[in-house]
Design a protein around this ligand. Sequence first.
Ligand SMILES: *Cc1c(COP(=O)(O)O)cnc(C)c1O
Length: 391
Amino acid sequence: MTMKIPMLDLQREYEFMKKDIDNAIQRCLNHQKWIFGPEIEEFERAVSEYLNVSNCIGVSSGTEALVLSLRALAIKLKGQEFFEEGDEFLTTPFTFTATGDSVLRSGATPVFIDIDPQTFNIDPAKIREYLHENAAHVRGIIPVHLYGRPCNMSELTKIAEEFDIAIIEDVAQAFGASWNGQKLGSGGKTGAFSFFPSKNLGCFGDGGMISTSDGKLAEIIRMLLKHGGKDKYNVDHIGYNARLDTLQAAILLAKIKYIDTFNKRRVGIASKYRDGLSGIKNLILPLSDSPGEREGNRASEEHVFHQYTVRTTERASLQDHLNKNGISTMVYYPFPLHKMKVFKNRMRTSGDLIHAERAAEEVLSLPIEPLQEDDKTAYIIQKIREYFKDK
Ligand SMILES: *Cc1c(COP(=O)(O)O)cnc(C)c1O
């Protein structure tokens, strides 16, 4: 029997929490405060408490969360609206386009540093190498907690302190994840979250959030998101219309109650995949999530499995086999950023980026829908085993 398994089933998630969401929307329909309605502040407070950071600021998307973070940093650090081409931000080439693109939009230049092939995250040792030669131009690091797996925040914080540079965390894929007990998004200058519908905490359209413990940055960000001033009819900065909608905040307030349960379900599915898929020669699974198996300082990371991503040199034919059996899969991401036209002549790279390039050719993300039943996970495992049976 063939099952039909999507990457994500938002319809089902809605039905699971229908009462909460319908009530939240009805409340907005009743008050009609669509811009900066009461749910914005409520949601900002709820996330501040959840992350344990003093300021959380709703914005219109994860991309704008990155751009506004960087712009605010330029204003605070340099007293000017934008960074200059000579100002560099170190980041990974193996991420969603927006991470690198936001650096360009802030006026600075992205420097792509290769990933650790085991975690898919930027390699701190390579950041150090670059900094030892080129520290003078570097203003910050933008680590991306890819697929929901925390970057090594202890090491990154040490580097940032040593070289006196900022960390802007791209937490778009890792709401709820933590490093040594500290929620991601609370360890850098700012954290940039996305509530795009497919993210672990998603709204019904676009939405995002910036977390920061820096009161001055928060103040600038709050201006930038509404045209650049405290008074929108008399502005100080080159701003944006980048508010979070009241309606989205209301939906997110209803959904945030479920985030820990849903993240736990993801972790549970990941461990079923690990048990079911280990031992296949040409299939590399995500590094074990059980603490303590890796170098000591990685012992207490909390991965939230935004994606469960395997790698194989036979990706295209495995994907085809699964597709024929009704199983959706995705490639995040087929092209590393340094290969894209938009970054040509607008980036620097540190050495070759071979691990990112190889990952782009080999990764495949499997369905990890929080409400996915065990028989579906078992079916996916069975079909993958079937594919590799005679290999
Ligand atoms: C989704 C995502 C973004 C952008 O978020 P949007 O809300 O879609 O603008 C940025 N970085 C990463 C790593 C993402 O996955």
